[in-house]
Design a protein around this ligand. Structure first.
Ligand code: SF4
Ligand code: FES
Length: 237
């Protein structure tokens, strides 16, 4: 479990995320490889923010990614439906020769970094091969939602990239839609009922309003083709 450092995101009842503690906010773009599979993150513009700010959670603000109060006009139902169980109790475990993969499917943000090389669940069985091992670690660590986590089987250590506390506004040009808020670096997320969720190094929060696993993203932004209007998606086929 990561230790939070006073920075906090509070989920308000049927309203926005209130972010406090001067957490930097920037656009994060999913870039595909030559085969069109998600491969890298590209940092986009940095948003100017105050020490505390509200981020849209209903998907309908006209000032996205910030809240403009539209949630109350449209009667947004932001009921939090996600389990409060810690990640280890949600995750299924896949054992490979050198690495262990944990997978909590409900958290999937449909960013597709787990696809290259024939999908991570196939690759895990080949982790006695250094190339496959490298790819599994890369893919799990690029997963924005924290659905996928790898451990070294010999030492039992989690292999997790360290992120500075920050929030990414995800854009997915290959799919032609905008994605979740990528919360990195062990930031506390507090439910509208005052209970904190487990602090993790990366999670994806829904900002389209359509997730059935609120406050977390479950990939629904892809099916509703959520667009925040901040990019033109010139790269869509
Ligand atoms: S969010 Fe993670 S698990 Fe879901 S598709 Fe992307 S990389 Fe795979
Ligand atoms: S932003 Fe992904 S489900 Fe809402």
């Amino acid at each position: 479990m990561e230790k939070s450092s006073g920075r906090k995101i509070v989920v308000s009842k049927d309203g926005p995320y209130t972010v406090s503690g001067q957490i930097p906010l920037s656009m994060q773009i999913i870039n595909p490889n030559k085969e069109g599979l998600s491969w890298d993150w590209e940092a986009g513009k940095t948003f100017e923010t105050k020490k505390e700010y509200d981020l849209c959670r209903c998907g309908h603000s006209k000032t996205k990614p910030f809240c403009d109060g539209t949630h109350s006009k449209i009667g947004f139902d932001g009921t939090e439906t996600a389990t409060r169980k810690p990640y280890v109790r949600q995750a299924e475990v896949f054992d490979g020769p050198a690495l262990r993969l944990s997978d909590a499917e409900e958290l999937c943000a449909f960013a597709r970094f787990c696809d290259p090389g024939g999908k991570i669940w196939g690759l895990i069985g080949q982790t006695d091969d250094p190339e496959a091992r490298k790819l599994v670690i890369r893919e799990a660590n690029h997963c924005p939602s924290g659905r996928l986590v790898v451990h070294d089987k010999k030492t039992g250590e989690e292999i997790e990239q360290k992120f500075p506390p920050s929030i990414g506004v995800v854009e997915d040009p290959a799919l032609g839609c905008s994605g979740p808020l990528w919360v990195r670096g062990g930031i506390t997320i507090e439910s509208a009922d005052g209970t904190p969720y487990e602090v993790r190094s990366r999670v994806a929060l829904c900002r389209c309003g359509a997730s059935v696993n609120k406050p977390f993203c479950n990939g629904s932004h892809a099916s509703i083709k959520f667009r925040d209007g901040l990019v033109e998606f010139v790269r869509i086929k």
